[in-house]
Design a protein. Structure first.
Length: 248
């Protein structure tokens, strides 16, 4: 089957989505790109090295992470100028979504090089689609600020958005975030998705107060996708309360 597929294009930056938990998340296209590229730029070379080894792939690895993005971006652009095929991966999921990648993508486009997204796993999409919350409109805010005051201000600023809100959060701050959600969005439905695609994948649903009760009884481990249901539009709510639902 591979023989019928077109070869990778020279001087192209490939953004390769990698497993967010289960190694079976990997796509056939991702495996082919990783096998045929000239170099893999990785957020953590040790982590990505293990992934490549698992699938029997041996490629040069280039460290590319938050604190060396500027310097490595220049090196990646120079490699593209030489005609190399560069695959960019992060520790999990799609590069550039709350992970390194945005800077080098912009640099590659400005320099006139082709950028291709090798679609695949993304915690945002996996969590939202299985949440039970509205998916027709959503607002992704990524990771909230670390400081409590800044987080509360950010959460308060999003109250006017009539869409599902989506955040990423670590297990170390999840309880604090639930407390802040209880202050800002006490009546909204919240869904916590943790350990996505892994053996212990779990979705917890309820008000912030109800989820705080769960957190008080057990340790919530793993990386989280936190989703907050949209508030009902005031007009719709008023119509329902007055019995004017639009019927004749």
């Amino acid at each position: 089957m591979d023989a019928a597929l077109p070869p990778l294009s020279a001087s192209t930056l490939y953004l390769v989505a990698t497993p967010i938990g289960n190694l079976e998340d990997i796509t056939l296209r991702a495996l082919r790109v990783l096998r045929e590229c000239d170099v893999v730029a990785a957020e953590d070379t040790r982590h990505s090295g293990q992934l490549l080894k698992h699938f029997g792939i041996s490629k040069p690895l280039l460290s590319y992470f938050q604190f060396n993005e500027a310097r490595r971006s220049e090196e990646i652009i120079e490699r593209l100028r030489r005609g190399e095929k560069v695959a960019l991966v992060t520790d999990a999921g799609s590069p550039g979504i709350s992970d390194p990648g945005e800077r080098v993508v912009k640099a590659a486009i400005v320099a006139g090089f082709r950028v291709e997204a090798v679609a695949g796993p993304c915690a945002l999409v996996a969590g939202l689609t299985a949440s039970g919350l509205a998916t027709d409109e959503f607002y992704f805010a990524g990771f909230l600020p670390h400081k409590s005051g800044q987080r509360r201000n950010k959460l308060a600023s999003l109250k006017t958005i009539e869409a599902t809100l989506v955040f990423y959060e670590s297990p170390y701050r999840i309880e604090k975030l639930l407390g802040e959600l209880n202050e800002v969005y006490p009546d909204r439905e919240v869904v916590l998705a943790r350990e996505l695609t892994k053996k212990f994948e779990e979705f917890l649903r309820g008000t912030p107060a109800a989820l705080l009760e769960i957190a008080a009884k057990r340790t919530l481990k793993g990386e989280f996708v936190v989703m907050v249901g949209a508030a009902e539009p005031k007009r719709k709510k008023a119509d329902m309360e007055s019995g004017c639902g639009g019927g004749l």
